[in-house]
Design a protein around this ligand. Structure first.
Ligand code: SF4
Length: 321
C-alpha cells in the first residue's frame, strides 16, 4: 500500500469521478445529474441490495415507492402488507427491520433520515456498511462504504495478498486512503462500487477500461484474477426441521403465522431457537391460523423455503404420522 503516495490521491480520485460521470448505469434510485438523491430511496435500495442483485431489486424498488412514496407512508403501512410486497426477495428479517426503521425515522427523527454514520447506526437494520452508504450517497458525507465490489477493487489496486476475511482491516484502510478528502464523497462511493460491479469484476476483469489501470499493483504483477484471496470455507452444517401439513376435505390447507414465543439456547457450535406451539383437540385451528387454497397462496408472504414445502405437500409427497 505504501507504493501509492498521498500526493497521488487527488489525481486517482478525479480519475474515478470522471469515469463515473461518463459510465454510471441508470438506476431507479439514482438521482439525475445535478440533483441530490432522495435519502428514502437510497436507504430503501441499499437494504434491498443486501445479498440481492441490481436486476432483481429494480422492480421491487419501483413497487415499494409506488405503494409507499415516502418514509411516512411506509411507516404507516401494515407489516403484513410490507412482507407480502417483499415476498420473493428473501431474508424476511430485512423486511421486518425495514418497517421498524421507517417507524423509527418517523417517530424519533421527525421523518428525516439522519445524515451522520453514528446516528444512522442507531436505527433498526442499519449496520456499518448501510450507514456509510446512506451518509455518503444521500448526504455527501465523507464516509467509506466497503461492500464486496469495493473489497475486490481495493485488494487488487494495492495487491493485498492476505486472504479475506483476515485482510478486511487492510482493505478498509486502503479504501479510506483512496477516499481521503475527496470532493464528492457520494459520487466517489458510487463510482467505487460501480467500478467493481462493471469493470473490476470477479472473473475476466476489464483492466484496459479501468481509470486506475496505470497505478494498479495487481495488474502490474499480473495477479488481478487471483485477488482477493479467500480462506477456505468451513463445511456448512446441515440442520433438520419438520413441516406439518394439515388439509381438510374442502381441499384447503392450514397456514399459521409464527408466534412471537420462542426459546433460545446456545450449544457449542450453534444457537438453537425453538418455536413453542400449542393446541387442543377442541380447537385445533390456532388463533393465528387461517385456511387457504392454492389460489390465494400469493396473498401471503411465505418464504421460498415454505413454498417448496407446500409444493411437495400438494403433490402428495409427504410422510404420514
Ligand atoms: S486495473 Fe484491473 S484489477 Fe486493477 S483496479 Fe482496474 S480493473 Fe481492477
Amino acid at each position: 500500500m505504501s507504493s501509492t503516495k498521498k500526493s497521488q490521491i487527488p489525481r486517482l480520485q478525479q480519475q474515478l469521478l470522471d469515469w463515473f460521470d461518463r459510465h454510471q448505469r441508470v438506476m431507479p434510485w439514482r438521482a439525475v445529474k445535478g440533483k441530490r438523491p432522495n435519502p428514502y430511496h437510497v436507504w430503501l435500495s441499499e437494504i434491498m441490495l443486501q445479498q440481492t442483485t441490481v436486476v432483481t431489486v429494480g422492480p421491487y424498488f419501483m413497487k415499494f415507492i409506488g405503494k409507499w412514496p415516502t418514509v411516512h407512508d411506509l411507516a404507516a403501512a401494515k407489516l403484513d402488507d410490507v412482507l407480502a410486497a417483499w415476498a420473493g426477495l428473501g431474508y424476511y428479517a430485512r423486511a421486518r427491520n425495514l418497517h421498524k426503521c421507517a417507524i423509527a425515522v418517523v417517530e424519533k427523527c421527525g421523518g428525516k433520515f439522519p445524515r451522520m454514520v453514528d446516528e444512522l447506526l442507531e436505527l433498526p437494520g442499519i449496520g456499518p456498511y448501510t450507514a456509510a452508504a446512506v451518509s455518503s450517497i444521500a448526504f455527501d458525507q465523507p464516509a467509506v462504504a466497503v461492500d464486496g465490489n469495493v473489497e475486490r477493487v481495493v485488494s487488487r489496486f494495492f495487491a493485498i495478498e492476505e486472504p479475506l476475511p483476515l485482510s478486511k482491516p487492510a482493505i478498509r484502510a486502503g479504501a479510506a486512503k483512496l477516499a481521503d478528502g475527496v470532493e464528492r464523497p457520494g459520487d466517489f462511493t458510487q463510482g467505487f462500487m460501480e467500478l467493481g460491479a462493471t469493470v473490476c469484476t470477479p472473473r475476466k476483469s476489464k483492466c484496459p477500461l479501468c481509470p486506475w489501470r496505470e497505478d494498479c499493483a495487481a495488474r502490474k504483477l499480473g495477479i488481478q484474477e487471483e485477488l482477493p484471496r479467500k480462506l477456505p470455507k468451513a463445511v456448512k452444517p446441515v440442520r433438520y426441521g419438520k413441516v406439518y401439513w394439515i388439509s381438510n376435505a374442502k381441499g384447503e390447507f392450514l397456514i399459521h403465522k409464527r408466534a412471537e414465543a420462542e426459546v433460545r439456547h446456545s450449544f457449542t457450535h450453534f444457537d438453537l431457537v425453538l418455536d413453542i406451539w400449542s393446541g387442543d383437540t377442541k380447537n385445533p385451528a390456532l388463533e393465528q391460523s387461517v385456511w387457504i387454497t392454492a389460489k390465494n397462496l400469493d396473498d401471503y408472504a411465505l418464504p421460498t423455503l415454505m413454498k417448496k414445502a407446500i409444493r411437495l405437500c400438494m403433490n402428495g409427497k409427504t410422510k404420514t404420522a
